[in-house]
Unconditional design. Sequence first.
Length: 414
Amino acid sequence: MALAGTAPAFLRSGFGAPSDRINVGFIGVGGMGTSRLNGFLKHADMNPVAVCDLDSTRVDKAVERIKTVRNMTPATFGDYRKLLESKDIDAVCVATPDHWHAMPLIHACKAGKDVFVEKPLSYSIGEGRAMVKAARANNRVTQMGNHIHNDLPNYRRVVELVKSGAVGKIQRVAVWKTSENKGLGTPPDGPAPKEFNYEMWLGPAPKRAYNPNRSHFNFRYYWDYSSGMFIDFWCHITDVVYWAMDLQAPKFVSASGRRELTDDNAETPNFLEVQYEYPGLNVVWSLNPQGPPGFENWGIGAAFQGTDGTIVTNYGEHKVFRKGKEATDFKRPDPTIPDSPGHLREFLDSIKSRKLTTCDVEYGHRLTKGGHLGTIAYRTGRRIEWNDATETIVGDKDAQKRVTRQYRKPWKLG
């Protein structure tokens, strides 16, 4: 699918850049944002023209990095909305905490920018739907940062094996991730560092006193901003399941778990079992400090259990088992899925071609939605029934309220 729209700024040139270069602004340059910045800097046709973060120390580090690698000084911002006002920026990379993914993407699409956004796509299902709507309405190229999908060939080979029927009909998939086994500590609340705009960082989330554990990397362990290690890794490993099985959405979801750590003020579980009922397929997600029996050294993985065997995979390797023993002498299907130029390269190429990426916002929403439904089932303590056609939870008003969060004033979705 090709997207129509206004010619990107790189075709008009800007910031003194050659006209074949894509001008990118970076919104969020913490740990993941710095990693993405470094990745984009490897592509000569990308100009890092702007940097935005709510922590000025991070902005300073990103500027120095760009000066060192590219010998250029990007514009700097403390508010992404100011960055988006620049007509010379073609695209943005959004690498903020989960609760700040939706608004920058929606506003960027409306401003005519293409968007690379980190996984999980959204904080809630309602946000994800609004993000898809904004991207489609404004004909924008998008890519969710799910780099295992494209940066390693392993998933392609697994998808081909599953689809070829190498282990028969898949009836169940077990997915797992080892979780944290040490607490975050219990530091007291206090004033936010002067270089950190904490009020803006909270954004649509509820007003809370500043606590060192609640921001920067550890934000994901608090319900206000994310859904823990579960949602952090859901998109990475369940991607291969959705891809191989052409999954849409589950019909029923149930979950149980707990947080079992001492010296800790975090909230999300480090023990979690989620049962998904898709048409003709059960998927079980397990989160705990230990890997499954026999695969304790695999911190993350998925096992496709078929009528004639099992395929077990992690990011970089996979194994086939038949009758309880590893099989190595079977005929592999011919490769049918083209190699990828790389996750970031694909995004940049798609900006030029105006074609959808493989992890476009719509696929990102479909994939992330499953993780959000698991979180809702866990937090309500009930088995939920999902109507994907209307994107609503059937017969449970309390659970339905969690499909889209109520934003703190004055923030609005859209």
